[in-house]
Write a protein that binds this ligand. Structure first.
Ligand code: PMP
Length: 355
């Protein structure tokens, strides 16, 4: 830290993203929940033909993309805000809806960026422990003051709550905002987007990074009541009005124009998830029921970190979290059938060596 660094950030512990190796040859990358499938030719063509000239600033209102997202979800365009990845809408939500009187509330095991956003914004936060089986109990949030952040499906567990449970929380207390992070919802979860039409205090955040093969394009969005979106726009126009570049904005429209391709990929990933889960369970692993494009597993035959290291030696990168309660677990993104077969083969090999 230089002596010039603002003291307000001296305690800040930044988020650690998963490894992004430069040399991908012979590596199977199952560590950051990207799609194994490229974007469709049709959406790429759309982006090539419709990108606003790059000598001009991008459209700060993102009119075409916002309209397309609104049409896709049957909401009004002023209920939508597009952002630079969903990380940005989440940060905007921390900026807009938390402060010392409205601390952030979230699970002890959830997306690792939430505590970072809270610290960055100088907001107090409280973590609410998941149950021993990693399930989240909505009643644990009842009567606590603060803005709730729930990843549904949760990360890194992949476990999902039904919409009715989230609705119970949203309806309980109209004085607080509930932010539902649906980064992984397209892999079998139940979306809460339609609740945004009926409740003024729910913000749903989604992304193009997982189900839409566009992690590198950095595109996310929030859907909520007009008033919530107006607040978030105040934050956006006070930080970076041109937060979406023109190529990404055009590609977003192209992707939403070719939903069939992306939905088919999600179905394939869900099939591969079933295959991988069954194989691992047959090998004695505990695998949580996942509604995401990853699974979370542990085994009493091998320590979580050792398993991660052994897989890496065999060219397969998964994610291990050095955190209490999680140290014996690994998170594995679901890739192509071929990758998952190679991963299971490597796992058999590893277990053969240690038993
Ligand atoms: N929410 C959750 C739960 C995530 O795991 C991620 C991916 N790291 C994000 C949000 C952010 O994704 P992106 O910024 O790529 O949209």
């Amino acid at each position: 830290m230089s002596r010039y660094f603002s003291r307000k950030y001296s305690e800040l512990e930044p988020y650690t993203p998963g490894e992004q190796p430069q040399n991908m040859e012979r590596l199977i990358k199952l560590n950051t929940n990207e799609s194994p499938f490229p974007p469709s030719e049709k959406s790429l063509r759309y982006a090539r033909e419709n990108t606003r000239s790059l000598n001009l600033y991008s459209d700060p209102n993102c009119v075409a993309l916002t309209k397309k997202i609104a049409e896709t979800y049957c909401v009004d365009p002023d209920m939508v805000l597009a952002t630079n990845g969903s990380d940005e809408i989440l940060n905007f939500a921390f900026m807009a809806f938390t402060d010392k009187d409205n601390p952030a509330l979230f699970a002890d095991i959830t997306y690792g960026f939430y505590p970072v956003f809270a610290q960055l914004n100088g907001t107090p936060f409280e973590t609410i422990p998941l149950k021993d089986d990693f399930s989240l109990c909505i009643d644990d949030y009842t009567g606590r003051k603060g803005t709730v952040f729930i990843a549904n499906p949760n990360a890194p567990t992949g476990m999902a709550l039904p919409k009715s449970e989230i609705e119970r929380l949203v309806a309980q207390d109209p004085d607080r905002v509930v932010v539902v992070d649906e980064a992984y919802v397209d892999f079998g979860g139940e979306s809460c987007v339609d609740l945004t039409m009926r409740y003024p205090n729910i913000l749903v955040c989604q992304t193009f990074s997982k189900s839409r093969s566009f992690a590198g394009g950095r595109l996310g969005y929030g859907i909520g009541s007009k008033d919530l979106i107006a607040d978030l726009n105040t934050i956006k126009y006070s930080t970076n009005p041109y937060n979406i570049n023109s190529m990404t904005a055009a590609m977003g429209v192209g992707i939403l124009d070719d939903q069939g391709y992306y939905s088919a990929n999600c179905r394939t990933i869900m099939e591969n998830r079933v295959y991988t889960t069954e194989e691992l369970r047959n090998l004695g692993f505990t695998v949580l029921d996942s509604k995401a494009n990853f699974i979370f597993m542990s085994s009493n035959r091998i320590d979580g970190e050792d398993y991660y290291i052994e897989l890496k030696k065999r060219g397969i990168i998964v994610r291990h979290f050095n955190k209490a309660r999680l140290s014996n677990w690994c998170r594995v993104s679901i890739g192509t059938r071929e990758s998952m077969e190679a991963y299971i083969k490597a796992t058999r090999d590893i277990l053969g060596e240690v038993v």
